[in-house]
Design a binder for this molecule. Structure first.
Ligand SMILES: O=C(COP(=O)(O)O)[C@H](O)[C@H](O)COP(=O)(O)O
Length: 320
């Protein structure tokens, strides 16, 4: 175990998330749940209180990696809500079982969401994508499995070019891909039948928080009359927005935007590198979840159903 009895695997997972070795909201959620299970399995805590303290320290370490994707705290919350017992062994077993349940729910949710999203796509359609979203790709995959022939226009998604990952995933599905730079989006929107994006968080008013550039793409899509949908499992619903909190937008290092050499050639300047932006609900046609598709403005009903009026920190629960 490392500092505060946090398992070294937890520290490694946290490092991978912070450096974006592990990235994408659903993938991050799965990684943190795996790490919590490792923490639980490896714990040599001698009392239930010590076990819970260790799990909380592990959760805090994982939580503090990236701020925007709410799937991360929602995944931690899922495990903590189901952790229960009088002894270390019972607590351990319930945490590991909760992690197992989370993993299978995540997979099922993505499959269900994919089938729902696929219903919006017709044979012969071209979809334009932004960034890399496994939820969005699940819709394409389900449509392809239904026998629909699709093609894709993939935005490269500066500064980290996650569009390349999307292009590779689509080619695996035998979907023809055209890669374009971000600023070519408007030029090629006339050739697209749908814009398909994922989400890191969905706010109670139906705003979609996703990779920087999504909001501009949504405005352009509206202007060109191209429907745009967000594919997002319900673990992307942000409970704190029910009580008026806003979603923190991660600011990343300027080195992702400009090299040190180029920067010194240019001279004095400020570089800003927000990783995400907010698309207001009026620019989004539908949010597709595993529980059906929703007009963005109505997502609040699903959120109240799932969370009540709000929630605490993921590791705070009345059970301990
Ligand atoms: O914005 C991103 C990834 O950003 P980053 O690369 O900065 O993590 C994705 O669209 C969402 O996370 C959804 O992904 P998924 O559908 O796989 O959860």
């Amino acid at each position: 175990m490392g500092s505060q009895d946090v398992h070294q695997e937890v520290d490694a997972v946290a490092e991978d998330i912070a450096t974006m070795e592990t990235r994408g909201a659903a993938t991050i959620a799965r990684a943190v749940v795996d790490a919590l299970a490792t923490q639980a399995e490896a714990s040599d805590a001698e009392s239930p209180a010590a076990f819970v303290a260790e799990m909380r320290a592990a959760a805090q370490t994982l939580h503090d990696t990236r701020p925007t994707a709410v799937s991360l705290p929602n995944a931690l919350r899922f495990v903590f809500r189901q952790m229960d017992g009088e002894s270390v062994e019972q607590l351990r077993a319930s945490a590991v079982a909760a992690a197992d349940r989370f993993r299978s729910q995540l997979e099922r949710a993505q499959d269900d969401l994919g089938r729902i999203g696929a219903n919006r796509l017709r044979d012969g359609d071209t979809v334009m994508t932004h960034c890399h979203s496994t939820d969005a790709l699940a819709c394409v995959e389900a449509a392809v499995e239904q026998g629909k022939e699709l093609s894709a226009i993939v935005k490269e998604t500066r500064p980290r070019n996650q569009g390349h990952i999307t292009a590779a995933a689509l080619r695996e599905m035998d979907v023809p891909v055209t890669l374009v730079v971000d600023s070519a989006a408007r030029r090629y929107l006339d050739e697209a039948d749908h814009v398909l994006v994922g989400a890191d968080s969905i706010a109670a008013d139906g705003s979609v928080i996703n990779k920087i550039g999504t909001s501009g793409l949504a405005v352009l899509a509206r202007e060109r009359g191209v429907p745009i949908m967000t594919a997002a499992q319900t673990i992307k619903l942000h409970p704190a927005t029910l009580t008026g909190h806003t979603v923190e937008i991660e600011m990343r290092d300027e080195s992702e935007v400009i090299s040190e050499q180029d920067r010194s050639d240019v001279g004095e300047l400020e570089v800003l590198n927000p990783a995400f932006d907010v698309t207001p609900p009026r620019y989004m046609d539908a949010i597709v979840t595993e529980r059906g598709q929703f007009p963005p403005e109505s997502i609040v009903t699903l959120m109240r159903d799932m969370f009540g009026e709000g929630t605490d920190d993921p590791w705070e629960t009345d059970d301990f």
